[in-house]
Design a protein around this ligand. Structure first.
Ligand code: GRF
Length: 236
């Protein structure tokens, strides 16, 4: 897989970002706010949701961003039938190819994507995951951490590959676990970290510090290729 690599000249232009969502979109909101404040050199060129009622869609529309909803629950004569992932991917892929982003960000996107979709993407894809990968891939990460004896938890931003939550981890933000707290309280603390680590990661990509092409190809000789993952210690 080969994507366009940003160099130092490109890094002066805003990074064209497409965001895939399924839920509340608090991470999308952080990106919108940073873009509008001029603190993140990106242009969000479109948001794709697989959930029609996702509040993320409302957030995008309120910000004047183009949205495309390919709902996994169909309407009309097939009402209530689940849209297969292949059908979703066909629509999403056509949309991404039309938009031609520099980067695709999965921010709370809750469907597992196929190898074909990922490798056919016009741009590298990153995902935000609520654990310190490689620990706790998949769902219910906060509850699983509380059931463990782990003293640290947090979130990761990683390159999306066909294997779930297994691509190269780019960045992580960490906190100290309080084993007397609820999963909901822990989730809220981790989400605060997400709101910092996601824009930080995208800034590093936009500025060419994290060169996803080089990282993906493991070109160790590439100058400035940092030791990954980059870690933020953010106790909140
Ligand atoms: C985040 O907690 C993220 O870690 C998980 O889904 C959640 C999305 O939250 N993958 P939001 O939709 O950005 O508010």
């Amino acid at each position: 897989m080969q994507w366009c690599t940003r160099n130092m000249t490109d890094s002066q232009k805003p990074l064209k970002v497409a965001v895939l969502v399924s839920g509340s979109g608090s991470n999308l909101q952080v990106l919108i706010d940073a873009m509008n404040a001029g603190s993140l050199p990106i242009e969000i060129i479109g948001v794709i949701s697989n959930v029609k009622e996702a509040y993320a869609v409302t957030r995008a529309q309120q910000a004047g961003i183009i949205t495309a909803v390919f709902s996994h629950i169909t309407e009309g004569e097939n009402a209530g039938k689940r849209m297969g992932i292949k059908t979703f991917e066909r629509h999403a892929s056509a949309q991404l190819n039309e938009w031609q982003p520099d980067l695709v960000v999965l921010a709370g996107f809750m469907r597992v994507l196929s190898d074909e979709f990922i490798s056919g993407s016009p741009a590298p894809m990153i995902n935000l995951h609520p654990s310190l990968l490689p620990k706790y891939k998949g769902l219910d990460t906060h509850q699983r951490v509380l059931e463990s004896s782990d003293i640290h938890h947090g979130c990761s931003v990683h390159i999306v590959t066909a294997e779930l939550d297994a691509g190269q981890v780019l960045t992580q933000a960490m906190l100290a676990v309080d084993h007397s707290e609820s999963a909901e309280a822990l989730q809220a603390r981790v989400q605060k970290l997400e709101h910092q680590v996601l824009p930080w990661t995208i800034l590093l990509i936009a500025r060419g510090v994290l060169n996803l092409d080089a990282i993906n190809e493991q070109k160790a000789a590439t100058p400035y290729l940092p030791q990954l993952p980059l870690k933020l210690w953010l106790d909140s």
